[in-house]
Write a protein that binds this ligand. Structure first.
Ligand code: ARG
Ligand code: ZN
Length: 877
């Protein structure tokens, strides 16, 4: 018998005799207040070569009857004492993830010593070492439940405390950072190669907002003076090779600080705001109080290495994390079911910020495109859940597009229903009432409804899963001069939830005069019944109706438009978003023929041909978007049965080809009208670059003879990554003869920059011609690294953009093999990758059986509760 087995038996001897259980579910309805509050926490974190020691002192005060419950995972407990008395094992109960102390006095000073091992923490939660060899650093990720991997603690968001953190490490890590203000920095008297820093955070915060960094980093500094006169030191920390790529982020931070003062009246509250760039990170970024930690991909930006769209998301994510300081940190969540309280509102805030930085229409187009591609798909499949879920096994599985993006759409509907003044009154009231507290979605709605009690009805949007489908038609009464629009709503019944109720759906509507193309009436219709009619008076001739303008609600719209009405709106709609929306409706009608639609492409093609030349000159960015054809995955999400990836790909490519061929004469003209110029970061310059890349792709699709040469020249003479990568991508996708040589050149030029090499991997992994073999060979490349989520995603997530390759026996076996491999090492990442397979069950029968078999096989091979919970949902268990 091995020692491990003996140990297991000894441990089991003390355990009650129950069979191993499925991971337990946590339910919203079981919420109970904690019995103890924590007033202060003193942490002393000492990092050594092979482990870290964490000493903590917690001052706790009883709130209600009950035990002290401390969560802890993967901790080696060295000692624990209560009010100076060392506890021995009979004084407390310890199981896998908790330590419980019963019969504690009402005021308690707890002292705890544990050892942890950041060096082997590949899950990237808690305190972990990033990097390798001589190039390492220590960072934390505590949201949602990572703090319990640092020490025993009442690790739940409704326990708020004042933290003081001492960090001690070898001097080869000169950068020692934690939340709040630096109080002391010095050397150890008895160990001359070690030093320490002490940080104090004066704000009460939950443990998920704790952070520390121990590293060797350069810093870019700046400052910002708030409207209250506070001088804030701004610092962006990165590796010395990356410090020249921090200006964009710094500027975005200053813009965000000002924006939040102007738009929400929220100034910053500490003397220092730090951002740290880390290359190994599971998510985009984290809003730890005063010490944000960012995935390098979400903070570094320079024209030579970062595409325009990536650079835009850097600014948005910087703003997002900054906005959390009020919506998330000062007002936090009572429990993790309320995640959307901070995320939905904060996404809404960052989207509004971004809309003020660029064309509002394009911002809305991009946000809606993301919502439709990912959130609608999630809502249509087995992972559908309410924006505020009612139960979970592993909360990490609920950092979803439903919680974030649909959550943001709900706040947007409320804001639009109230109008800017009343919305501001509502948010002011929210901050006034709840500052410093951990609250719920109901609290949020009650503050927002001070000027209009109907706002409380939006609660059902948080409770009910599924995307509502709004259908409708119109009837015009010439004699009465009235137009009546009848709308009805229907939401699919998601199993496990009660029958869907009608939701309040704001439908922004305008009537256009057929002859002049002018707007004759504009109204926000509030559809809050199953079916409702809305009548417009004094309408002298039958108008064209434009509905759901600016995507006023996250619904699927099925209106009985004629194709000609849509073409009319493409021409006359005043808002760029609405013009894009009608092109998407036309495209969907053409592509989803089998799904009951029956449009021919002619109307779409001639409308595009008429619109494009003028629009290209006026607003190149919008022109580029109007040529969008939804991705294969997005189209698949609208197919509920007998999904055939090859057929969807063929239809999609067929339409793309038709557009390219029909407008063939325009591409050469347009490409010449969009000359390459020295780099500028203006909306016009970005628009030109975006459209030029689309035109290049169209020109190659239309087999214009010179197009391959245009691509090579664009690559060779590129002034920035948007141009260079755009050219590389079309060369790879169209298998231009020189594509391999250009891929090699790209690698040579940028092989010292991980983020650019991620692009190099992803362009190959998402190529039209990709197969499982391509992916195997990319994984075998020396630069592939299982420990860096960005790198894994650059290959594995990129692969999912080609469903014909993914949904084959080889593709799927490779993909599930990756999940199995990551299940233990990094379950957060593994589970997220798995969620992409949710739609297996809509595949045509032959594929469906194969996918089902592979998922069942995977189920036998994984053990993390993250992956098991997702897999059970995906399998419909
Ligand atoms: N609160 C962070 C954000 O909104 C996300 C952190 C999620 N981390 C995680 N491991 N689930 O940007
Ligand atoms: Zn967030």
């Amino acid at each position: 018998m091995s020692t491990a087995e003996t140990d297991a038996q000894i441990i089991n001897a003390d355990m009650p005799d129950v069979p191993p259980q499925a991971p337990s579910k946590i339910n919203l309805k079981d919420y109970k207040k904690p019995s103890f509050d924590v007033e202060t926490v003193d942490l002393n974190i000492k990092l050594f070569e092979e482990f870290a020691q964490v000493d903590s002192t917690l001052k706790m005060v009883r709130q209600t009857a009950g035990d002290i419950v401390l969560f802890g995972e993967a901790l080696e407990l060295i000692s624990i004492s209560v009010n100076g008395e060392i506890l021995t094992a009979e004084h407390y109960q310890q199981d896998d993830d908790k330590l419980t102390i019963s019969n504690a006095p009402d005021e308690v000073v707890l002292e705890i010593q544990v050892r942890i091992c950041p060096q082997t923490n590949t899950a990237l939660e808690g305190l972990y070492m990033a990097g390798s060899g001589d190039d390492t650093m220590f960072v934390t990720q505590c949201e949602p439940e990572g703090f319990r991997k640092i020490t025993f603690y009442p690790d739940r968001p409704d326990v708020l405390a004042i933290f003081t953190t001492r960090l001690e490490a070898d001097k080869r890590y000169p950068t020692l950072l934690a939340n709040g203000n630096l109080v002391e920095f010095g050397e150890l008297v008895n160990a001359p190669d070690r030093h320490y820093a002490i940080w104090h955070d004066p704000t009460n915060k939950p443990s998920y907002l704790f952070a520390c960094v121990v590293a060797d980093l350069d810093v870019l500094t700046d400052s910002y003076t708030t409207s209250e006169g506070r001088d804030v030191k701004l610092e962006v920390y990165a590796k010395s090779a990356d410090i020249d790529k921090c200006d964009v982020g710094m500027q975005a931070l200053k813009d965000a600080m000002e924006w939040d003062e102007v738009n929400y009246g929220r100034p910053y509250d500490l003397d220092r705001y730090m951002i740290v760039a880390v290359s190994q990170f599971n998510m985009g970024a984290m809003e730890n109080k005063g010490l944000n930690i960012f995935n390098t991909a979400c903070v570094l930006s320079s024209p030579e290495t970062t595409t325009d769209s990536r650079s835009f998301s850097v600014k948005a994510i910087i703003a997002h994390e900054y906005f959390h300081n009020w919506t998330g940190n000062r007002i936090t969540c009572r429990d993790w079911f309320q995640l959307c309280l901070k995320e939905g509102f904060t996404v809404y805030r960052d989207q509004s910020f971004s809309a003020d930085q660029q064309s509002r229409a394009v911002q809305r187009i991009d946000d809606v495109a993301t919502l439709r591609a990912h959130q609608f798909a999630e809502d249509a499949g087995p992972l559908a859940h309410p924006v505020r879920p009612e139960s979970f096994v592993e909360i990490n599985n609920f950092y979803t597009t439903t919680v974030y993006e649909k959550g943001a759409e709900i706040v947007r509907m409320i804001a639009n229903t109230l109008g800017p003044d009343d919305f501001r009154k509502g948010t002011d009231e929210y901050f006034r009432r709840y500052d410093g507290q951990a609250v719920t979605v109901e609290d949020f709605l009650s503050a927002l409804s001070i000027t209009d009690s109907k706002i409380e009805n939006f609660i059902d949007w948080y409770r009910q899963p599924g995307t509502p489908v709004v259908s409708g038609h119109q009837s015009y009464d010439r004699a009465a001069q009235t137009l009546t629009i009848t709308l009805s709503q229907q939401t699919r019944h998601v199993s496990g939830f009660s029958a869907p109720k009608p939701l309040p759906i704001p439908v922004a509507t305008a009537l256009f005069d057929q002859d002049s193309g002018d707007i004759i009436a504009e109204r926000m219709l509030l559809l809050d019944q199953a079916t409702q009619s809305f009548t417009f008076e004094n309408v002298s001739s039958e108008p064209v109706v434009s509905l759901l303008r600016d995507f006023s609600a996250p619904v699927q719209l099925n209106y009985d438009y004629q194709d000609e009405d849509l073409a009319f709106l493409l021409k006359h709609e005043t808002n760029g978003f609405n013009r894009w929306q009608v092109t998407q409706m036309l495209v969907n009608r053409i592509l989803l023929q089998g799904q009951g639609s029956k449009s021919s492409p002619q109307v779409y093609l001639s409308a595009l041909a008429q619109t494009l030349p003028e629009l290209a000159a006026e607003d190149a960015m919008l022109a580029a978007r109007l040529l969008d054809i939804p991705s294969a995955q997005e189209l698949a999400s609208a197919i509920h049965k007998d999904y055939d990836p090859a057929l969807v790909k063929a239809q999609r490519e067929g339409l793309y080809q038709l557009v390219a061929d029909t407008l063939k004469d325009q591409w050469a003209v347009l490409y010449k009208q969009l000359p390459m110029q020295s780099y500028k970061d203006s909306p016009e310059a970005r628009g030109t670059r975006a459209l030029r890349n689309v035109v290049l792709d169209m020109a190659l699709t239309a087999k214009i003879e010179d197009a391959a040469v245009w691509a090579q020249q664009q690559y060779d003479n590129a002034s920035c990554m948007t141009e260079r990568f755009g050219a590389l991508k079309v060369m790879v996708n169209h298998q231009v003869a020189s594509a391999d040589a250009y891929l090699a050149d790209f690698y040579e030029r940028f092989n010292s920059n991980d983020l650019v090499i991620d692009l190099w991997f992803s362009v190959q992994a998402s190529a039209d011609t990709v197969t499982a073999d391509t992916i195997e060979s990319l994984i075998a490349h020396t630069d592939f690294d299982w420990n860096t989520p960005n790198r894994v995603r650059s290959v594995i997530s990129a692969f999912t953009s080609q469903p014909t390759a993914l949904w084959t026996a080889e593709g799927l076996s490779l993909y599930t093999g990756v999940i199995k491999k990551l299940d233990d090492a990094n379950p957060v990442l593994a589970s997220r990758l798995l969620q992409v397979l949710a739609r297996w069950n809509t595949l045509a029968e032959s594929h469906r059986q194969m996918a089902h078999d592979q998922l069942l096989e995977l189920q036998k091979q994984v053990s993390s509760k993250h992956v098991l919970e997702s897999l059970n949902s995906v399998l419909g268990a």
